[in-house]
Ligand binder design. Structure first.
Ligand code: MRU
Length: 309
């Protein structure tokens, strides 16, 4: 399965709003159409957004549309603006976009191996995760869920525990779909059960993805990640972030500098006119992160190790 690619004159991507019921591809030929797909989460997940941004520049080269609104379509995942910038700076944006796509496929394989090695070293066979960080969030294989897949392929996964991921249910709709296709053992739980289940010893580690890792190691990821980090700390189990180097943002000094997308009230309210906070992401401070696994290295922020020198 390929989440996002290029076909002649169009971006082709799986419409994730239709999953798990239907697997439908969208053909996107304009930057405006791509921005719409990004905003309604037809394509989502930081690495996939990086590829989408880069391919969007290739579309813009044909249609003459501006790429600035594309880079800003979702503010938290740094990969989107990064992908736009990389392709815009290249002599041939399409060639660079396709390279970024290939690099993502390679990076996910390497993160899977490195992350599974690390979890084996922790003696972890039961892992809790949130949101969707699998093939659907990347091009082909995934970051945190890629680690879980590698564990499963090695026969080292006793159980994955997937949080449903309110309010758009990326865990319940997308991660369970991917885990089922893998044939991996898993259970789905409501978000608010996460820390309690950790306290009860239900998982040996928490493994999550990232939307932006600040220079000091503070990490933005799907809302609910921070509560899992707190729960993991209290339960004495490792909290591991898995993300490509492109998610590390040296331009953002700390977590407080990360813009958090608020997705408005319609996703949350049952009663019209009710005011909400609906942050799509939260920030886990570096001191609660046992390890960050990238395609190149393992960094241990809770021991004071830094990503950016
Ligand atoms: O709002 P989403 O679905 O784009 O959020 C995605 C996440 O928070 C993922 O954990 C993150 O992008 C890493 S994906 C490998």
């Amino acid at each position: 399965m390929t989440t996002i690619g290029w076909d002649g004159d169009a971006i082709v991507l799986i419409d994730q709003t239709r999953l798990p019921g239907e697997v439908v591809n969208l053909r996107i030929t304009t930057v405006a159409g791509l921005i719409d797909a990004i905003k309604r989460l037809a394509v989502r997940g930081a690495p996939a957004l990086g590829v989408a941004g880069a391919l969007g520049v290739a579309l813009a080269a044909r249609t003459g549309e501006s790429i600035e609104p594309l880079a800003a379509a979702r503010p938290t995942a740094v990969n989107l603006a990064w992908g736009v910038r990389e392709a815009a700076l290249a002599a041939d944006p399409l060639k660079r976009a396709l390279e970024i796509r290939e690099e993502d496929i390679r990076a996910c394989r390497e993160m899977g191996e490195r992350g599974a090695d690390l979890l084996a070293a922790y003696g972890a066979t039961r892992v809790m995760t949130i949101c969707n960080t699998g093939a659907l969030a990347t091009v082909e294989r995934g970051t945190a869920l890629g680690v879980i897949q590698t564990m499963h392929e090695r026969g080292a996964l006793a159980e994955a525990i997937a949080l449903e991921t309110r309010p758009l249910l990326q865990g319940a709709r997308l991660t369970t779909w991917e885990l089922q296709k893998m044939g991996a053992p898993f259970r789905l739980v409501v978000d608010s059960a996460g820390p309690f289940l950790l306290a009860r010893g239900a998982a040996d580690a928490v493994v999550v993805g990232a939307d932006r890792i600040a220079a000091n190691g503070d990490t933005a990821n799907k809302i609910g990640s921070y509560m899992l980090a707190l729960g993991a700390h209290r339960a004495g189990v490792p909290f591991v972030v898995v993300a490509p180097e492109t998610t590390v943002d040296p331009r953002t000094p700390g977590g407080g500098d990360i813009e958090i997308e608020d997705r408005g009230s319609a996703e949350v309210t049952a009663l019209p006119g009710v005011a909400t906070y609906n942050p799509a992401f939260d920030v886990t401070p570096a001191e609660l992160i046992t390890a960050i696994v990238t395609e190149r290295r393992v960094v241990r922020p809770s021991r004071g190790e830094t990503l950016v020198s």
